[in-house]
Write a protein that binds this ligand. Structure first.
Ligand code: SF4
Ligand code: SF4
Length: 167
């Protein structure tokens, strides 16, 4: 008897939930001006409101001097679950004659990216971020493979810390 009571209770609860949902839909249907439910995209292409948190695509941050913070450590590449990132590095000679690994090409395969942000979390330098761009479709698949480091850009050097001599 208790099982039948519980069953009927669940059926009644389901009908109440359904009725609540339908009433809400009806309310928005008859008073659409009171609350904007959708962005009417893609008809409204120019100015839909996009949340700041929306993850559009990965970019490498450059400052006004065309400098970035990527040390080519490859941690983002290792963190990416579907090989959307290739960090290509090269060796250069510093002023004091030492060899140093620097970023050559930051290759991003947008066509494979699932926008999971794991690369962003993995980067110890905060060198990359996700934009909230939403117009990412295109007709030419090859344009989805991007080199994120800008031509002529280089690693932003950290200010040298000089030890203070105690007198
Ligand atoms: S957002 Fe995710 S899938 Fe896209 S490049 Fe970063 S780690 Fe890879
Ligand atoms: S973007 Fe960050 S994690 Fe990726 S190679 Fe550069 S410094 Fe390393």
């Amino acid at each position: 008897m208790k099982a039948l009571y519980n069953y009927l209770k669940e059926v009644a609860f389901a009908f109440v939930s359904l009725a609540n949902g339908l009433l809400l839909t009806l309310k928005y249907f008859v008073t659409p001006w009171k609350s904007i439910i959708t962005e009417n995209y893609p008809d409204n292409r120019a100015n839909p409101s996009v949340a700041d948190e929306f993850a559009g695509e990965v970019i490498l941050i450059h400052d006004e001097n065309n400098e970035h913070k990527c040390t080519a450590c490859t941690l983002c590449q290792l963190a990416c679950p579907n090989n959307s990132i290739q960090i290509i590095s090269k060796q250069v000679e510093t002023e004091d004659g030492k060899k140093k690994k620097v970023l050559d090409k930051w290759v991003y395969h947008l066509e494979m990216c699932t926008f999971c942000k794991q690369c962003i979390d993995a980067c110890p330098q905060d060198a990359i971020k996700m934009t909230n761009s939403y117009e990412l479709s295109c007709f030419d698949r090859s344009t989805l493979t991007k080199i994120l480091n800008q031509p002529g850009s280089k690693l932003k050097e950290k200010p040298k810390v000089t030890a203070k001599v105690q007198e």
